[in-house]
Design a protein around this ligand. Structure first.
Ligand code: SME
Length: 151
């Protein structure tokens, strides 16, 4: 299956997973697992806005840093800008926070609630240039399923 077909399948499964479930942690946990397992990424998880920081939420993959300040790293940058950030080579991103030396490329997608970024979905790959506009488009649709749990 090509990337696009995998995402279409993921979106279908995701919608039925969260249907009837309003708990933030439960839904984040299942969506992280669904994306991680289906796509074979290195690290897939959420950071949740708590005051001036992002705090680690449900994830799949190796252990990760627990707190990221506003504007720091790829995650803090996506939160600050309120838009998806694609990093083809983390070595070229000034201020990238290396939770794992295996991570080579990354995408961070903000999760909006009441018009504000209230969490981010962060995905790391062991390969360069893994993410493009296709990932951004489908992952932005995916995280809309989480927004209502954050309101
Ligand atoms: N690389 C991220 C930190 C989180 S880990 O990748 C799980 C960043 O620069 O914000």
């Amino acid at each position: 299956m090509v990337k696009e077909e995998k995402y279409i399948q993921i979106l279908k499964e995701a919608a039925s997973l969260v249907e009837g479930e309003t708990d933030l942690i439960a839904n984040m946990a299942n969506l992280a697992a669904l994306v991680h397992e289906s796509m074979g990424f290195w690290w897939t998880g959420f950071y949740i806005v708590r005051g001036e920081e992002l705090v680690l939420g449900p994830f799949q993959g190796p252990i990760a840093c627990t707190r990221i300040r506003f504007g720091r790293g790829v995650c803090g940058t996506a939160w600050q800008r309120g838009e998806t950030v694609i990093v083809p080579d983390v070595g070229q991103f000034p201020g990238h926070i290396a939770c794992s030396s295996q991570s080579r490329s990354e995408i961070v997608v903000p999760v909006f609630a009441d018009g504000k970024a209230a969490a981010v979905l962060d995905i790391d790959s062991r390969y360069l240039n893994t993410f493009n506009e296709t990932d951004a488009r489908y992952l932005e649709q995916l995280v809309r399923l989480i927004g209502p749990c954050l309101s």
